[in-house]
Design a protein around this ligand. Structure first.
Ligand SMILES: [Zn+2]
Length: 489
C-alpha cells in the first residue's frame, strides 16, 4: 500500500499515541487532549492561510434540500466557513462578488448521507467476529484489532468518499471515544457519534480483550454503574445489547434494561437498543428506549407496537444489508456493487475468499438466515404509519463494508417499497435524529452545517443515482471522492 509522507505528517503522531498499541506510546489522556487541541488549531490556521474561509457559492444545480419539498432548479447555496448562510433560487440570493463560485449546472445537490449504525471495532472482514465464526487460530483477535486501528484513518476516508458525511458508531470498546477525536482532527473524515461499550446481559468470550466492547451486567445496580462509567466519557448515545437469554424471563432481563435506560436518561443521554424480535423490541420501548438499532425480523409489527413507537417519538434504524453481507461471505457468493468495488477496502474484501480454503466452511451454507420479507414488510408499514426511519447498515460486520455499504442498504429500502424521497429522508434527517443533531445536520437549510453532495444524476428517479457522486462537501470543504480515498494514508 502506497504511503504518502506528507499525508502522514499530520496524523501519525496522534495515531501512534491514541491507538496505544504499546504502553511506550500511550500518553495520559490530558496530554492527548492537548495534542488534539493543538492539531485542531494548526488545521484552522492552515485553512485560513489557504483561503478556505472564503465564501463559496454553489450555483445552477437542482437542489433536493432533504426537507421533503419539491426539488428547486437553478439553486444557489452560499457557504461561509462550515455553515450554510443562504439557500434559494438565483434571483432570491445575490452572490457576493468576493465569493468563490462553483458552477454546478447539470448536477443535483442532496444533503450528506448519514449511516446511523456502524461499528469501527469491526473491519467488515472474515476474522472480525470470532463469536460468529471462530478463526482465531488463523488470525488472533488481538491482531485483528491492531490491524483495524492502524487503518482507521483510511476507513474514515472511505465513508467520506462514499458520500457519507456522518456516522453513528453504535457500540465498541472505550477506544472508540479516541476514534471520535481522531475523526475531528482529520480533514477527510465523516462526523462521528459514538456510544462506547455496549451495555449487555451477555458477553461473548471470543471478544475478550483488555478493552472489551461489551461490559456484561447481571443486576440493575451493575447496569447503572456500567452506564455511569460510559457517561463519564460523554457518549452521544448509550447502547444496550438486549439479547434474550434462554432460561431467563424477558421481564427479569427488562429490569436491567430499564435500570440502564433510567441511568442514561438521568445523565441526559438518549438510548439506542439492539432488539431484533418483536417482543424484545416492545420490551425495549416499554423500558424507555429512544432508538431501535435494527429492523424487527421475526414477526410483523402490530398496531400497538407502531403506536408505542410513535408516542415515544422513537427512531427505527433499518440494517437490512448486514444479513446479506454475512450470507454472501459465509455462503461464498459475494456480489460487490459498483460503489463497493470503487470505495470498499480491498484488503478487507480480500479476506472474504479465505473461507473457501478452510475445511469447515461448507457447514456454514446450511445456516438458515432469517427471511428478509418480514423486515421489508415491517419497514414499509412503519414508514407508512409515519414512524421516523433512519438508514443504517451495521457496517463492520462480516461482508458489510465501511463506507459504500450504505448505498446497498438504500437499494434494499427501495426493494422494500420506499420511494427515493422517503429513502433520502431516512438517510439524512433520520440519521441526524439518531445523532440528536437534527438542528444542524440532515437538510440543506440556512445556518446548518454545509454537508452535501453534488451528483451527476437525479436520485429521485432512481436511488442508486446517489452513487454518482461528483463532489462531497463536508463543513464547507469540497472533496473529490476518488482523491479522498488515500487522503489519510
Ligand atoms: Zn450493530
Amino acid at each position: 500500500m502506497r504511503v504518502s509522507k506528507s499525508g502522514l505528517r499530520k496524523t501519525t503522531v496522534l495515531r501512534r499515541h491514541w491507538t496505544g498499541e504499546t504502553d511506550r506510546y500511550r500518553l495520559p489522556w490530558t496530554h492527548r487532549s492537548y495534542l488534539v487541541w493543538a492539531l485542531l488549531t494548526l488545521q484552522v490556521l492552515a485553512d485560513v492561510s489557504a483561503g478556505h474561509d472564503r465564501m463559496k457559492a454553489f450555483t445552477g444545480a437542482t437542489l433536493i434540500d432533504g426537507t421533503g419539498g419539491a426539488p428547486r432548479a437553478d439553486a444557489v447555496i452560499l457557504v461561509a466557513g462550515e455553515r450554510i448562510v443562504a439557500v434559494g433560487s438565483r434571483d432570491e440570493i445575490p452572490i457576493p462578488p468576493e465569493a468563490q463560485v462553483i458552477d454546478a449546472r447539470g448536477k443535483w445537490i442532496v444533503p450528506g448521507l448519514i449511516d446511523a449504525h456502524v461499528h469501527f471495532f469491526q473491519s467488515g472482514g472474515l476474522y472480525t467476529r470470532p463469536d460468529v465464526i471462530d478463526l482465531r487460530d488463523i488470525r488472533p483477535y488481538a491482531d485483528e484489532i491492531v490491524w483495524i486501528k492502524q487503518r482507521l484513518p483510511k476507513t474514515l476516508a472511505r465513508y467520506l468518499a462514499s458520500g457519507v458525511t456522518s456516522v453513528v458508531d453504535v457500540g465498541g470498546p472505550f477506544w472508540t471515544f479516541e476514534l471520535r477525536e481522531l475523526a475531528r482532527t482529520l480533514k477527510a473524515a465523516p462526523r462521528v457519534a459514538v456510544t462506547g461499550p455496549l451495555i449487555a446481559t451477555y458477553f461473548p468470550s471470543a471478544l475478550k480483550t483488555e478493552d472489551p466492547p461489551v461490559p456484561k451486567v447481571s443486576a440493575p445496580e451493575e447496569a447503572r454503574t456500567a452506564v455511569r462509567q460510559v457517561l463519564a466519557r460523554k457518549p452521544d448515545l448509550i447502547k444496550i445489547w438486549f439479547i434474550p437469554l434462554p432460561g431467563r424471563s424477558l421481564a427479569s432481563q427488562s429490569l436491567l434494561v430499564r435500570a440502564a435506560i433510567e441511568a442514561s436518561h438521568a445523565g441526559g443521554t438518549r438510548v439506542v437498543v439492539h432488539a431484533t424480535q418483536l417482543d424484545v423490541a416492545w420490551a425495549a420501548l416499554e423500558s424507555g428506549a429512544d432508538v431501535l438499532a435494527h429492523s424487527v425480523e421475526d414477526r410483523r409489527v402490530t398496531e400497538a407496537f407502531i403506536k408505542r413507537l410513535k408516542d415515544r417519538d422513537g427512531v427505527y434504524v433499518t440494517t437490512l444489508v448486514v444479513n446479506e453481507g454475512y450470507q454472501e461471505v459465509l455462503g461464498q457468493k459475494v456480489e460487490l456493487t459498483d460503489i463497493e468495488r470503487r470505495f470498499g477496502d480491498p484488503e478487507v474484501i480480500a479476506t472474504f475468499g479465505d473461507l473457501a480454503r478452510l475445511p469447515a466452511w461448507k457447514k456454514l451454507l446450511a445456516y438458515r438466515w432469517p427471511r428478509r420479507e418480514i423486515r421489508f414488510w415491517n419497514l414499509k408499514r412503519l414508514h407508512q404509519s409515519g414512524v421516523t426511519i433512519a438508514a443504517g447498515t451495521d457496517a463492520g460486520n462480516i461482508g458489510t463494508l465501511h463506507g459504500p455499504a450504505l448505498h446497498r442498504e438504500l437499494e434494499l429500502m427501495a426493494e422494500a417499497g420506499l420511494s427515493p424521497q422517503a429513502i433520502l429522508t431516512a438517510a439524512t434527517q433520520g440519521g441526524a435524529r439518531v445523532m440528536g443533531r437534527a438542528v444542524e445536520l440532515g437538510t440543506i437549510e440556512k445556518t446548518k452545517l454545509a454537508d452535501f453532495l453534488l451528483l451527476d444524476a437525479d436520485p429521485l428517479t432512481d436511488i442508486t443515482h446517489l452513487r454518482r457522486i461528483d463532489r462531497v462537501v463536508k463543513g464547507g470543504t469540497i472533496f473529490n471522492p476518488d482523491e479522498v480515498v488515500g487522503h489519510n494514508d
